[in-house]
Design a protein around this ligand. Structure first.
Ligand SMILES: NC(=O)c1ccc[n+]([C@@H]2O[C@H](COP(=O)([O-])OP(=O)(O)OC[C@H]3O[C@@H](n4cnc5c(N)ncnc54)[C@H](O)[C@@H]3O)[C@@H](O)[C@H]2O)c1
Ligand SMILES: [Zn+2]
Length: 338
């Protein structure tokens, strides 16, 4: 088992990474939670075999299962989880274990961040997106009033357990959707990681891919825990990506929108060719199937919380493996959309 130490101001914690890591969760949890008061939170789409494998080891603690999907990341279910924790007599010394994708991690993480002003949680991400991206960084949130992640908190996990084997039950589309975040991590911070995707046998290197992507994220998050500046480079692929996501409303998965964004902002022909080959290998779209109204997309970008008034902090990759943030005027953005 590999151990990656993450040092944030809030706390230091370990990411335990390796095939079979899920079967060693009890050792991690027992070490963290001397009171043995453990609560599993998961969603209905996480295959039972993974829930059972975890629950058995932990001596069958109470399990809260909510309906899978982004629509569940709401204040009602959040409230139900808090009420359930109180009903189950969870105390300040209890430990929440999140088992699932980014939705479960965000939801259980936010419940842990706020229950009794904050209790510890362990994140066990089970999708490629959550293993590569959302489980590290300490951002937790729910959606409200039609706005994604509008209510949340920074709350670092006490440990993260990443087992690439659990990805075996994901569909290929879902799996590759998350792998885009590793392609992104390669482009902004690790050229060799990007190169792993330039070969057909990339899935033989899945553990290395996850590890390298996590190391890129760790480095950036440690330097900029609360997203003042440097952490913005993680938004590479997400400026146009978020706009495509809202515009096409559910037709494309998040990672597919990130893929199309990366193609939109990459201008250099040689890099564009390399990126395009990688995206094709992963079965990901390079441009939207249907012509989009560029004015509407530009407005969506302007209204996105990450943009300033008449300009956008756009992350660009000039050399594979390093990113720069460039303040880009809306005129330029419109040109790129055409
Ligand atoms: N906190 C952060 O820093 C951060 C970063 C990126 C994304 N996010 C959030 O993550 C969420 C998206 O995460 P996601 O893509 O993991 O989606 P998800 O959590 O909805 O998971 C996708 C689907 O896969 C199912 N599933 C989970 N594990 C499985 C497995 N091993 N086998 C088969 N099916 C499985 C889930 O039940 C769900 O239906 C969004 O809400 C997004 O806002 C958070
Ligand atoms: Zn993303």
């Amino acid at each position: 088992m590999k151990k990656i130490e993450v040092n944030t101001k809030e706390r230091k914690y370990t990411i335990h990474l390796g095939c079979g890591a899920l079967n060693e969760a009890a050792a991690v949890v027992d070490e963290l939670c001397k009171s043995k008061s453990v609560f599993i939170i998961t969603d209905s789409g996480v295959p039972e075999r993974w829930v059972d494998a975890l629950a058995e080891q932990l001596g069958k603690p109470p399990v809260f299962v909510f309906e899978q999907g982004e629509a569940s990341k709401n204040i009602e279910i959040y409230g139900e989880i808090l009420a359930w924790l109180a009903e189950q007599k969870a105390t300040r010394k209890s430990l929440v274990v999140a088992l699932g994708g980014g939705v479960t991690g965000d939801m259980a993480g936010f419940a842990a961040a706020t229950y009794m002003r904050g209790i510890e949680y362990v994140n066990i991400p089970t999708t490629s997106l959550s293993q590569i991206d959302s489980s590290v960084g300490g951002k937790t949130a729910i959606d409200h009033g039609g706005i994604k992640n509008i209510v949340g908190a920074f709350h670092q996990p006490s440990a993260v357990i990443v087992d690439p084997e659990v990805l075996g039950t994901l569909s290929e589309r879902e799996r590759n959707n998350g792998l885009v975040e590793a392609v992104k991590a390669g482009l902004i911070g690790d050229g060799e990681l990007f190169e792993l995707f330039e070969h057909d046998d990339y899935m033989d290197h899945i553990e290395e891919i996850i590890e390298r992507a996590l190391l890129v994220k760790k480095r950036i998050v440690e330097e900029d825990e609360h997203e003042s500046n440097l952490r913005k480079v993680l938004n590479f692929g997400h400026t146009f990506g978020h706009a495509y996501e809202s515009y096409f409303g559910g037709r494309y998965l998040h990672g597919e929108c990130v893929a199309m964004d990366m193609m939109t902002v990459t201008e250099d022909e040689e890099k564009k060719t390399r990126l395009s080959a990688v995206l094709r290998r992963l079965g990901l779209p390079e441009t939207p199937e249907e012509e989009a109204d560029s004015e509407k997309l530009a407005n969506l970008i302007m209204n996105d919380k990450k943009s300033g008034r008449g300009s956008v902090d756009l992350v660009r990759v000039r050399e594979i493996g390093t990113a720069v943030i460039e303040t880009t005027g809306m005129e330029e953005i419109r040109k790129m959309l055409k």
